[in-house]
Design a protein around this ligand. Sequence first.
Ligand SMILES: NC(=O)c1ccc[n+]([C@@H]2O[C@H](COP(=O)([O-])OP(=O)(O)OC[C@H]3O[C@@H](n4cnc5c(N)ncnc54)[C@H](OP(=O)(O)O)[C@@H]3O)[C@@H](O)[C@H]2O)c1
Length: 278
Amino acid sequence: MNVTIFGASGLLGNALMREWSGDRIVGLSLPEVDVRNASQMRRAAKQTHPEWIVLAAAYTDVDGCESNQELAFSVNRDGALNVAEAAKQVGARLLFLSSDYVFDGRKTSPYEIGDARNPQSVYGRSKAEAEVRLLEMLPQCCILRTAWLFGMGGKCFPDTILKLAAARSTLDVVDDQRGCPTYSVDLARAIIQLCRTGASGIVHVTNSGDCSWFEFAREIVRSTGLAAEVRPVSSQQMARPAPRPAYSVLSAASLQPYGITMPSWQDALQRYLQERRN
Ligand SMILES: NC(=O)c1ccc[n+]([C@@H]2O[C@H](COP(=O)([O-])OP(=O)(O)OC[C@H]3O[C@@H](n4cnc5c(N)ncnc54)[C@H](OP(=O)(O)O)[C@@H]3O)[C@@H](O)[C@H]2O)c1
């Protein structure tokens, strides 16, 4: 199978490029291809004639999106539509990466794929609008929502915590946002399996189990034996430009038909820390 990955230089793109074997993979990134450029997208799709396009390219700075709304929508929504148009033209299937931030976080049990979108941030809105338009345009596309991504090849939460824990004796981390940490390697493996089985519709893919950012940070510090004390604080005490959902745990039910079981986030974290040491 021919597969074209847009956003190959990002956190997930890196893991996809490393994990995907047995198929012909072309990874494309900025500056050679910009998803905002429709004719570039059409050309790239024509040249690589893929069975699958995986769209991992996005403007992912959630706080940055609040002050750069135009950029957020032009990359995350309009860019996705450009890629969908190109996929349609060459008859390729599309897997689009979306986010738990399409939800408002008011639920107290895991979000199912059919739950109503109600994004609270510009980033979440750009992803939610892309989802709706993509499903109209390419009803067979696969919309994969994931969350709290970490891994090699980009900036991620465990790295930030480890740097801070090495430099400070105490770390304040928010304890009132709950979600599912997700290792880029595990997500990449699930994506490969989903493409191979011809997945369509919305799927939720995260590592299993959930935690708050505080609990995640405490586990990172504990696992590495650093002496820093991790203290729980509220989101109000750590005000950020973009509002985040208080609860964005994603249900794994949509993965069952594909026979995919995701490892726990604690197990994933240990493997990531090992990979980081190597
Ligand atoms: N990270 C998370 O916690 C998280 C959570 C939920 C969903 N997701 C989604 O999962 C996907 C992968 O995330 P990630 O963490 O791997 O993102 P990332 O590390 O920020 O990588 C994004 C990639 O997109 C590229 N890109 C940005 N603007 C582009 C444009 N206009 N045209 C072409 N490429 C462009 C970036 O290139 P440069 O590096 O050169 O800018 C980079 O290669 C994204 O769709 C993201 O929204 C991520």
